[in-house]
Design a protein around this ligand. Structure first.
Ligand code: LLP
Length: 385
């Protein structure tokens, strides 16, 4: 949404900060995903609920016909409540509790993405007690580094995620011997905010190697889940507001060696919801220092922790002013030095009460909010033209 297109008059009576969701953009994004994935029969998209689990956002995504990718019992329950059919819900996570597993079994979810042998044994025994057979995929750690922030790469050997690819055969033989789990496929995920398609090509190559090896041993492969990770453009939210789903799906279609009828599952989170969300806040104070000036906002790391946690960039715009730009350290009110949205940012001159937009916060914004400093949780506003 262009700076001038925000319905600023409707903001005036509102308590700030709040999350503003451009639901038309979300809708256009979902249509683009369906169009691009729909070009390849067998491609199935499960939205990664962790990126934004706001019930209204979930409802719209479920209505568009995507499946859900969950990482906790709470997310499985939220996805189910929002209308995702259980047979489109996949469930990953290194620390599933017995309660989480029982919930998945009770609802009849599509897949447990199993991350360790110990977890596999627990699923087998809980399924036995429940008189069910649990559908499982094995999450494989492909030992591939994505060129992204160290805290959001997940596919390296030293990460806690998945079963190391060299142990896969043994674990798979074990799954096949178990009575209360049925083997359905392999699951991978290499990281997040990936913009270089070469990283996904590397993943495809590794998947091909692994599946070829299994076939040589006459072991089944099942379907392939390649996880999420497609990045968005945080620099230019106004002009590049939909991620490059075309290149993304084409990369997998071109590089994965698939069998007839084999399905490929995707778990995008950020690319689905990040662009449609904006954090709207007010300038509380402009404070002039000796060498720099601060714009102190009423939003902070409690509403958006990504800059503090990953040094992440989010574009900041002053929606109330079109005066000459000045340099500001844009900071929040929290008692932490890392509560900074950006240093030396060039934005239109700020005054107390100006509305400031922090862009591309639809993913990992609201869902990572906290009540630190006893702040109330911010509300969300859903905007449709
Ligand atoms: N599938 C699995 C198994 C995952 O672990 C993740 C993200 C996704 C899918 C979705 O990835 P996406 O398409 O959103 O990149 N809080 C961090 C991101 C953490 C991502 C964790 N896993 C951030 O704010 O950048």
């Amino acid at each position: 949404m262009l700076k001038g297109a925000f319905p600023i008059d409707s903001f005036k009576g509102r308590k700030t900060p709040f999350y503003f969701y451009d639901m038309d953009l979300l809708q256009r994004t979902l249509e683009e995903i369906k169009l691009q994935a729909g070009r390849f029969p067998g491609f199935r998209v499960h939205y990664a609920v962790k990126a934004n689990s706001n019930p209204e956002i979930l409802r719209v995504i479920a209505e568009a016909g995507l499946g859900a990718d969950c990482v906790s019992g709470g997310e499985v329950a939220a996805a189910y409540a929002a209308g995702f059919p259980p047979d489109t819900i996949v469930f990953a996570g290194v620390g599933k509790t017995d309660e989480d597993i029982l919930l998945g079994l009770r609802l009849g979810i599509s897949r447990f993405n199993v991350e360790s042998e110990a977890e596999l044994e627990v699923i087998d025994s809980l399924a036995k007690e429940a008189g069910k057979v649990a559908p499982v995929s094995i999450r494989v750690n492909p030992d591939i580094g994505a060129h992204t922030h160290a805290n959001i790469t997940t596919g390296l050997a030293e990460n806690k995620f998945g079963i190391f690819h060299e142990e896969l055969e043994n674990v798979l033989r074990k799954v096949l011997r178990m009575e209360h789990v049925s083997f359905c496929g392999l699951h991978f995920h290499i990281g997040s905010q990936i913009l270089d398609m070469a990283d996904f090509v590397a993943l495809c190559n590794r998947v091909n190697e692994i599946t070829a090896k299994l076939k040589r041993c006459s072991l089944p492969v099942g379907d392939i889940n390649v996880g999420g990770g497609l990045g968005i453009n945080y620099q230019h939210p106004n002009h590049l507001d939909i991620a490059d789903f075309k290149s993304y799906f084409e990369t997998f279609a071109r590089h994965l060696e698939l069998e007839q009828g084999q399905t490929v599952h995707f778990e995008p989170g950020r690319s689905v919801v990040a662009p449609c969300g904006t954090l709207i806040s007010r300038v509380l104070y402009v404070k002039k220092g000796v060498t720099r000036q601060f714009a102190i906002l009423d939003a902070g790391m409690t509403e958006l922790i990504r800059p503090a946690l990953y040094n992440a960039y989010h574009r900041v715009e002053n929606l109330s002013s079109s005066e000459e730009e000045e340099l500001y350290d844009v900071v929040g009110p929290i008692c932490e030095s890392s509560d900074v949205f950006g240093k030396g940012l060039s934005i239109d001159r700020c005054h107390r009460g100006d509305f400031i937009a922090i862009r591309s916060v639809g993913a990992y914004g609201e869902c990572m909010a906290s009540r630190y400093n006893l702040r109330p949780l911010a509300e969300s506003v859903f905007y449709r033209k």
